[in-house]
Design a protein around this ligand. Structure first.
Ligand code: PMP
Length: 453
């Protein structure tokens, strides 16, 4: 059978080639609220908000209107050489007012990866200018996701990155993933586990040499690592260690920022006091590519002092701080903060979490975990020993494939299936999501049992 549109000239990033060979791509045609439609008119509930980002609906009129007006006024300009669009100034003011720490500057990029990559460059620039050129080591965690440029893929603590391109670069060190269910020792409480991870951090800093560490990157909740909220007391245990050795904390809020956890920032939710915050995705609700680096007052002061040697900030991207993107972001943040969307997240999250945790009784689910409007179901062959299913069964892939056939988009991440629905989801739609998911899991369980028999 020839699959229409496959193979085509299009190279599919992060896509499963055997599935494409079997069924071709899903051609996404249009969207409406939390649903998307393919080119054959089939409707899917978008349980992942696209890639965590399209939180305000696939047809949000206010954002489309903001974009239309911005295109009519100034469809494009850059922000080099002291030139800038008014919308970029307004957005920066808005972001620093809302930031989870005392912040006073925002630097824009075009994606989460670019923003994190730029942070590394700024940290290294500081090291050079402050007379500590060896201060280059970056700390991250296994299972973290910080992007796909060479540097940010190195910070990303996933095995497929390492095997694919010989990464990480040598400046990166990965610490234990803060996943209590998988990583804790027998009988170790969440607080004890957090204490052990803080001890590991301190040992790593001391062994590497505090003078050699440029920064510590952390998502408040590990997202693409499979939605792993921090264990009790985690940030309270590690922050004093970072402070003691003067290591800047970079909160990668690309997923958590602007409401996903039920608070405006993951940093607020978990009591994090970052030196730098990176935002992307939700900032434009996915309607425009954008990354934003938010600097604390202290970081700004250090950076601006360091840059005096160059007379200008020696970095920037052609389309960053784009006037249309900034206008869209202003509208998106307006919807979330003043327009009541964050309130909706807070209102419906308990129902979402309740239904998610109810899935724990399913025979395939080892752990149901999450916070706010994000969650994961980790699949195991044996709940007691937490033994994963054999890899060849592709259980999480099967669940998401079957869910797609049933009209629900959910994402396989390792052994887990991940959900992160749009912020505008209603309680009846949450019921719809879980009713499709439960039916799907039952179907896959029957298949898996048949395969094992
Ligand atoms: N950081 C985090 C926490 C992310 O989840 C992602 C993307 N999933 C990135 C960075 C990279 O963002 P982008 O894909 O826009 O480069």
């Amino acid at each position: 059978m020839t699959i229409q549109n496959y193979p085509s000239a299009f190279m599919h990033p992060f896509s499963h080639i055997p599935t494409l060979e079997q069924s071709g791509p899903v051609i996404v045609d249009r969207g409406e609220g939390i649903y998307i439609y393919d080119d054959r008119g089939r409707r899917y509930l978008e349980g992942n908000s696209g890639l965590w980002n399209v939180v305000l609906g696939f047809d949000n009129k206010r954002l489309i209107e903001a974009a239309t007006q911005a295109y009519a006024k100034l469809p494009a300009y850059h922000a080099f050489f002291g030139r800038v669009a008014q919308s970029a100034l307004d957005l920066s003011e808005k972001v620093i007012r809302l930031a989870p720490m005392k912040a006073n500057r925002v630097l824009f990029a075009n994606s989460g990866s670019e923003a994190n990559d730029t942070v590394v460059k700024l940290l290294w620039l500081l090291a050079e200018q402050e007379g500590k050129p060896h201060r280059r080591i970056l700390l991250s965690r296994r299972n973290a996701y910080h992007g796909m440029t060479i540097m940010t893929a190195s910070l990303t603590g996933k095995d497929y990155v390492k095997s694919a391109s010989g990464l990480p670069v040598y400046e990166v060190r990965h610490l234990t993933s803060p996943h209590h269910w998988r990583e804790a020792k027998d009988g170790e409480s969440e607080t004890e586990f957090s204490g052990r991870l803080a001890w590991e951090l301190e040992q790593t800093i001391r062994n590497t040499g505090p003078d050699h560490i440029a920064g510590f990157f952390a998502e408040p909740v590990l997202g693409a690592g499979g939605v792993i909220p921090p264990p009790e007391g985690y940030f309270q245990a590690i922050q004093p260690v970072l402070r003691k050795y003067g290591v800047p904390l970079i909160a990668d809020e690309v997923i958590c920022g602007f409401g996903r956890t039920g608070e405006l920032w993951g940093s607020i939710k978990y009591g994090i006091e970052p030196d730098i915050v990176v935002a992307s995705k939700v900032i434009t609700s996915g309607f425009f590519p954008m990354g934003a680096i938010v600097l604390s007052e202290k970081m700004t002061e250090r950076l601006e002092r360091a840059c005096r040697t160059y007379e200008e900030l020696p970095t920037g991207f052609t389309t960053a701080a784009h006037p249309v993107g900034c206008a869209i972001a202003l509208a998106a943040i307006g919807e979330i903060v003043e327009g009541g969307v964050l309130k909706n997240v807070q209102k419906v999250s308990p129902a979402f979490q309740k239904q998610l945790r109810a899935m724990q009784d399913h025979p395939m689910v080892g752990e149901a975990r999450g916070v706010g409007l994000m969650g994961a179901l980790e699949m195991v062959a044996d709940k007691h020993s937490k033994t994963p299913f054999p890899g060849h069964l592709d259980v999480s892939e099967r669940v998401s494939r079957q869910a797609l056939a049933n009209g629900l988009i959910c994402r396989p991440l390792g052994a887990a299936v991940v959900l992160a629905p749009p912020f505008i989801i209603t309680e009846p739609q949450i019921d719809e999501l879980f009713s499709i998911l439960r039916h799907t899991m039952d179907q896959v369980y029957a298949e898996v049992r048949a395969a094992a028999a």
